[in-house]
Design a protein around this ligand. Structure first.
Ligand code: ADP
Length: 270
């Protein structure tokens, strides 16, 4: 085969821009909305902080930013030199979200190019400082903006969140393939709202059982853990005080700590 033909069919190499100011960039992704991606992203960030890491959170969910609510933050970030945004700081974490820049009640009726331009600003024009980990709360799905993001931004790994029912898992498979195609290492899959433990100690598998682990096995990806459906996790997010920050020794926080340790050791950072 001639060189010309070989090049034509070689996998496309994307030019990926790094996010400055952080040692490690992690995408938290879900194929569907409402499976707990933002809740996971923020609680993982504070679990990493609890094991001594300096963390930042980038809320890239342009159409449905959750960070202002989950962290109880309602300020405008400062602008430096008319060009850069200074992240807000909450509970020792640096944070940025499109939700800090637009009114909470304004619907984001944006076309693709505007979303892409917002993502570029959030990834290239924010002055992150000395972070060990930047956690990116991605928009759900595998559409244009996710693909552009995956192709243009240099990230060190992705975690996929899902609930265990079949409907969510079909999309997870698409998500895995998108990351594999764009050369982003999948650090593992997480089963959220995995089960509910009643006051009587009985376990209820509300959304089915074992599907996320099965999908991880099928695609040879690591299974990072199960997070139960838990009232405290929901309440703390609604109150703007993520559980892993508010109560680091809670049994749910310890599940996050375990996942944080796995992530940290996969990057050999101590
Ligand atoms: P996504 O980012 O995937 O759209 P969210 O993180 O916003 O999802 O979660 C959707 C809702 O479910 C929120 O009200 C959140 O507090 C709640 N939630 C998420 N995970 C859990 C869980 N494990 N137990 C209880 N509530 C949860």
């Amino acid at each position: 085969m001639s060189e010309e033909i070989k090049n034509k069919f070689a996998p496309k190499k994307f030019v990926k821009n790094p996010i400055k100011g952080t040692k490690c960039t992690l995408m938290i992704s879900s194929a569907k909305g409402g499976v707990g991606k933002s809740t996971f992203a923020v609680n993982l960030a504070f679990a990493l902080q609890n094991i001594g890491k300096k963390v930042g959170i980038l809320d890239a969910d342009i159409y449905g930013p959750s960070l202002p609510k989950i962290l109880g933050l309602n300020e405008k970030p400062k602008n430096e030199g008319g060009k850069f945004l200074v992240p807000l700081e909450k509970f020792g974490a640096q944070c940025i979200s499109i939700g800090f820049l637009v009114d909470e009640n304004t619907p984001m009726i944006w076309r693709g190019p505007m979303v892409i331009s917002a993502i570029k600003t959030l990834t290239q024009k924010v002055l992150w400082k000395d972070l060990d980990f930047l956690i990116i709360d991605m928009p759900p799905g595998t559409g244009d903006s996710q693909l552009t993001f995956a192709q243009e931004i240099k990230v060190d790994g992705a975690i996929i969140i899902s609930t265990p029912q079949d409907l969510a898992l079909a999309d997870v498979k698409r998500g895995i393939q998108m990351f594999d195609k764009t050369g982003i290492k999948i650090l593992g899959l997480v089963d959220n709202m995995s089960f509910f433990k009643g006051d009587d100690g009985k376990i209820y598998n509300i959304f089915g059982e074992g599907g996320v682990q099965k999908t991880a096995n099928e695609f040879k990806k690591e299974f990072l853990g199960k997070i139960p459906l838990n009232n405290k996790l929901r309440e703390s997010a609604d109150q703007g005080q993520p559980l892993t920050h508010k109560d680091p020794k809670n049994e749910i926080s310890l599940i996050f700590e375990n996942i944080a340790k796995k992530i940290n050791s996969s990057f050999n950072k101590d």
